[in-house]
Design a protein around this ligand. Structure first.
Ligand code: MTE
Length: 360
């Protein structure tokens, strides 16, 4: 079978999880976790590492790892989802130069352990004027002739909601270097880009971060500006991830035998709303059958589902759609969500397979 682990670069900074392996593990094994980094993994000495917190607060200060370890520990299960997830489907509509063609591989679920951002912010005295919390990483990213740390911001309300972590562990072990050692932000339910790795600074701000990855990238813009065709600064900054569902097994173009076939995948709701229904179509959306929820997940994690379809020989397109009962419905049409950088695709997920006559 095709190995659907995606490897986009030699330094393995950008890799996607094999989808069939994903379907086998509710918690993604650490060595299979997808990775998305815009620069090289920095080498950080945990003894000299400091987290600086400043901006709109009464007691700006610097934290050592021991300072953080002295705070209450919390473990939060959460699915990390890259905004470029399922971008490869948009390529059917046209090229997206410079963007990684992720399939459903850019999502993984971990148990993150660390301290609550809320507890840390309590120690610096957040000013009433603060509305946003900006995270900046210690990596060095180059864009348009400038070199800077990857960063972005979240709303103060989200930062205080009791689920946002400054994480030091993933699945019970030390955070691996590529995933942000020694400390990363984990913002459950928001696009992965806000879960800043190799955290070096937190700033309380009155306005969203000016970091390139908040102000100029990770924004949804539906129309191309002919003068600046790759620019999305005029778009809307991505934050919460929308309801979504994907088929992980079988994989695209897989050859299967006619008859009964098990179809498996993930789904999630928006803002930790539980998935209330998942449906699968064996014939490109003409007929639908309910999928069984095999693991309903927890809060901000995915839900696992499976369905059994009965297939006749030929080329067949399987489709999945899900709902959390409250979010806008997933669109049947890819083009409804198309945007300049191909973010946040949550159209019905289609997987074309080849069904062979049994015994051939
Ligand atoms: N943090 C830093 N410092 N640098 C980065 O390039 N990439 C972001 C986010 N945090 C990134 C970062 C993006 S786009 C995603 S999807 C997630 O990290 C990926 O996290 P992972 O590599 O641990 O899966």
């Amino acid at each position: 079978m095709t190995d659907h682990r995606l490897i986009f670069d030699a330094e393995a900074q950008n890799t996607g999880t094999n989808t069939v392996v994903t379907a086998d593990h509710f918690l993604t094994p650490v060595d299979q976790f997808f990775t998305r980094s815009h620069g090289k993994t920095p080498t950080i000495d945990p003894r000299s590492w400091r987290l600086e917190i400043g901006g709109l607060c009464s007691q700006p200060r610097s934290f050592t790892l021991d300072d953080l370890r002295a705070l209450p520990r919390r473990t939060v299960p959460a699915t990390l989802v890259c905004a470029g997830l399922r971008r490869n489907e948009y390529l059917l509509l046209g090229p997206l130069p410079g963007e990684l063609p992720w399939g459903p591989q850019a999502a993984s679920t971990g148990e993150w352990t660390g301290v609550l951002l809320r507890d840390v912010l309590d120690l610096v005295g957040v000013s009433p004027a603060a509305r946003y919390v900006e995270f900046t990483g210690l990596d060095r990213v180059e864009r348009h002739g400038h070199t800077f740390g990857f960063g972005g911001s979240i709303d103060l309300d989200k930062a205080l909601d009791g689920d946002v972590l400054l994480a030091t562990e993933l699945n019970g072990g030390e955070l691996p270097p590529v995933h942000g050692f020694p400390v990363r932000a984990v913002v459950p339910g928001w696009i992965g880009a806000r879960s800043v790795k190799w955290l070096g600074r937190i700033a309380l701000l009155a306005e969203p971060s000016e970091n390139y990855f908040q102000r100029e990238a990770y924004r949804v813009q539906y129309t191309v500006d002919p003068a600046k065709p790759r620019d999305v600064t005029a778009g809307v900054a991505l934050s919460r991830i929308a309801v979504n569902a994907a088929i992980l097994d079988p994989v695209p173009e897989q050859e299967v035998c006619a008859g009964l076939l098990r179809v498996r995948g993930w789904a999630w709701g928006t803002a930790a709303r539980p998935v209330t229904a998942v449906e699968v179509s064996p014939n490109d959306g003409h007929d639908w059958l309910p999928a069984r929820i095999t693991n309903p997940g927890l809060g901000y994690t995915w839900t696992f589902w499976e369905a059994t379809v009965d297939l006749q020989p030929g080329r067949r397109t399987l489709v999945v759609r899900a709902t959390d009962g409250a979010s806008p419905a997933q669109s049947p049409e890819l083009r409804d969500g198309w945007n300049v950088k191909g973010y946040a695709n949550n159209a019905w997920h289609r997987v074309a397979i080849v069904v062979q006559r049994a015994g051939t």
